[in-house]
Design a protein around this ligand. Structure first.
Ligand SMILES: [Zn+2]
Length: 115
């Protein structure tokens, strides 16, 4: 049996760069056809809990636009995007931890030299 990936290739969405959920940029209003690989996941505070939101970054002006309706993205694509995003977050957290432990070792050594 062979996995067919055609569904993901076919799925696209027409969107407009309108800067939804972005305050520090000026959206350019360009229309785009986005595919799965263009979806950007971001974390956002909603009341007292963190939620993951879906959007895209405009190649022309760099503005982030949140999709008006998340329901326009099929569940399986949202799930894949979330998995990818969480894996990247985990990787970043691990490398931060590594840097911290290296710095701690250096400080410890420095303290030992000073004493
Ligand atoms: Zn734009």
């Amino acid at each position: 049996m062979k996995k067919i990936d055609s569904e993901a290739k076919i799925w696209t969405l027409e969107v407009v760069c309108n800067g939804r959920k972005e305050e520090n940029f000026l959206p350019c209003g360009q229309a785009w056809e986005v595919a799965e690989e263009d979806i950007v996941v971001r974390k956002e505070w909603y009341w007292d809990s963190e939620i993951e939101i879906f959007g895209f970054i405009c190649p022309d002006c760099g503005t982030f636009t949140q999709f008006e309706k998340t329901s326009l993205i099929p569940e399986y694509i949202k799930n894949r995007c979330l998995i990818k995003y969480r894996m990247e977050q985990e990787k970043a957290a691990k490398s931060r931890k590594k840097v911290r432990s290296i710095l701690e070792k250096i400080f410890k050594r420095q303290r030992a030299v000073e004493n």
